[in-house]
Design a protein around this ligand. Structure first.
Ligand SMILES: *Cc1c(COP(=O)(O)O)cnc(C)c1O
Length: 418
C-alpha cells in the first residue's frame, strides 16, 4: 500500500523537484493538463513584456534585425530539434500543427508520386487526432488519393498495399498509447511508403529520435509539453534528404530563397526554411522560447532521461493509487500499462458521468480534461507535477465518487472546450 508519506518522501528525493518553481502554478491547483496547455513559465511574463515594450515599443521595425525576430523560426526550431533527435538547421518553429501537416503531407505525396507512382494511399489510424484526419481527407481529395483508416493493430498488415504515406501520431491523444516509431517507420519504408509523425504529445514528453527512427517528416505543437503558451507556433521537421526536393504549396515569401529581393517568381529557400510561409507571431514565439528555457533547465538534472523516468514513476503511481483507492468506481484504464507503450498521460474511461466527474475534479482544483465520449484524461508533466500532487488528485477523485458529488446539476453543463 502506498501512503501519502511515501509520496512526500519521493518528492523530497526528486532531483527535478526544484524545477516546478520555474512555473506559475496557482495555489490550490493540481495541474494535470499540461498535455493540452502547458503552464506559464515564471520568466515569460517579463520576457514578453520586454519584447512588447522594448523590442516593439522602442526598437520598432529595427527589431526584425536587432532583436533577432527574423531568425526566430530557425533559432527556436533548433532548440526544439534538440529534444526530438533532429540536427541543427532541420526544424522550424512556425504556423500551426494543422497547417504544418498540410505542408509536409503535400510534400510527401509529391515525392511519392515521383518515386512510387502506383502508391496512392495515405494510411492512418481511425483514432488519430481529428485535425490530422481532416487535413488528410482534404489533401487526398485534392490529389485524388485514398485515405485509409485502420486500427493500430492492423497497421503493419495494411502497409504493403500501395501506401504512399503512413501518417501517425506518436502518442495517441485519447488513450496515451505510444507507437514504436522506429519499427513502424521501417515497415512503412519496406512497403514503399514515407512516414510522417505527429509529435504533439511527444515533444518534451517522451524520448524521440527522428534520425535513429529514419522518419521522413515530423510536426508537433509548441503549447503542450513545450509550455510555449496558448496558440504559440508549432514546429516542422523534414529529413534533410527530402528537404530540397519539393516546395510546399503554401509558398509564401518567408520561404523564398531571397525574400528581400522581392522578385516576382517564387524560388524556394534551401532546406527546411522553404516550409515557412508568412510573417511569424513574434510575441508568441518569445513565449515558446521561454517554455524551452524551462525544459532546458532539466538538462543538468539528466534531461529527457530523467524526465521520462519521473513521468513513468508518476503515471505508475497514479494507476496504482486509482486501483488501490477507487477500485469500485467503475473506472477502466485505457492507457497501456507497458512502459514502452505509453506516453506521459493516463486515461480512464467510465460509461456514465465522465464529463461531470472531471468538472467536479476541476471545481476541487484538480485540472485534467475530458475527451468524448467517455474519457477522463490526466497529463503528467514531470517538470512541475510531483508525487504528492498525484496522491491529492486520486484522493479528490475518491471523494468525488464517495460523496456522489459529480451527480450535481452544475457539473452536467457542457462547455465549448472540454
Ligand atoms: C493538439 C493536437 C493538434 C493541434 O493542432 P493545432 O493546429 O495546433 O490546433 C494536432 N494534432 C495532434 C495529434 C494533437 O494532439
Amino acid at each position: 500500500m502506498t501512503t501519502l508519506q511515501d509520496c512526500r518522501a519521493r518528492d523530497a528525493a526528486d532531483p527535478l523537484r526544484p524545477l516546478r518553481d520555474l512555473f506559475v502554478l496557482p495555489d490550490g491547483v493540481t495541474y494535470l493538463d499540461g498535455n493540452s496547455l502547458g503552464p506559464l513559465p515564471r520568466a515569460a511574463a517579463a520576457r514578453i513584456a520586454k519584447a512588447v515594450e522594448h523590442e516593439w515599443g522602442q526598437g520598432l521595425i529595427r527589431s526584425w534585425n536587432d532583436a533577432g525576430w527574423f531568425a526566430m523560426p530557425q533559432r527556436v526550431g533548433d532548440r526544439i530539434g534538440s529534444w526530438i533527435g533532429a540536427r541543427a538547421g532541420e526544424v522550424v518553429a512556425t504556423d500551426t500543427t494543422s497547417a504544418n501537416l498540410y505542408k509536409v503531407l503535400s510534400a510527401a505525396l509529391s515525392i511519392a508520386a515521383q518515386d512510387r507512382p502506383g502508391h496512392r494511399v495515405v494510411l492512418s489510424e481511425r483514432s488519430n487526432f481529428p485535425t490530422d484526419l481532416y487535413i488528410a481527407q482534404a489533401l487526398c481529395a485534392e490529389r485524388d488519393c485514398e485515405l485509409r483508416l485502420v486500427e493500430a493493430e492492423e497497421l503493419p498488415a495494411a502497409l504493403g498495399d500501395r501506401v504512399a504515406v503512413l501518417l501517425l501520431t506518436h502518442v495517441n491523444y485519447r488513450t496515451g498509447a505510444m507507437h514504436d516509431m522506429a519499427a513502424l517507420t521501417r515497415a512503412a519504408h519496406e512497403g514503399g511508403a514515407l512516414a510522417i509523425w505527429d509529435l504533439a504529445h511527444s515533444a518534451g514528453a517522451v524520448p524521440v529520435d527522428l534520425h535513429a527512427a529514419q522518419a521522413d517528416f515530423a510536426i508537433g505543437c509548441g503549447y503542450k509539453y513545450l509550455n510555449g503558451g496558448p496558440g504559440c507556433p508549432a514546429f516542422l521537421w523534414v529529413h534533410p534528404k527530402h528537404a530540397d526536393r519539393f516546395s510546399q504549396p503554401l509558398a509564401g515569401w518567408w520561404g523564398h530563397a531571397v525574400p528581400f529581393e522581392f522578385t516576382p517568381e517564387y524560388r524556394p529557400a534551401p532546406g527546411v526554411a522553404r516550409y515557412l510561409c508568412g510573417t511569424q507571431p513574434v510575441l508568441s514565439m518569445v513565449g515558446l522560447d521561454c517554455g524551452l528555457d524551462a525544459l532546458d533547465a532539466s538538462l543538468p538534472h539528466g534531461g529527457m532521461q530523467a524526465l521520462r523516468a519521473k513521468s513513468l514513476a508518476l503515471t505508475d503511481l497514479f494507476i496504482g493509487l486509482v486501483e488501490q483507492r477507487c477500485g469500485d468506481a467503475g473506472l477502466r484504464l485505457v492507457t497501456p500499462r507497458e512502459h514502452a507503450d505509453r506516453g506521459s498521460q493516463v486515461c480512464l474511461a467510465r460509461e456514465e458521468g465522465a464529463y461531470a466527474i472531471m468538472q467536479a475534479l476541476i471545481a476541487r482544483g484538480v485540472i485534467g480534461d475530458f475527451r468524448a465520449p467517455d474519457i477522463l484524461r490526466f497529463g503528467f508533466t514531470p517538470l512541475y507535477v510531483g508525487f504528492e500532487d498525484t496522491w491529492n488528485a486520486v484522493e479528490h477523485l475518491r471523494q468525488v465518487f464517495e460523496s456522489d458529488e459529480w451527480r450535481q446539476a452544475r457539473f452536467q453543463q457542457r462547455h465549448a472546450v472540454t
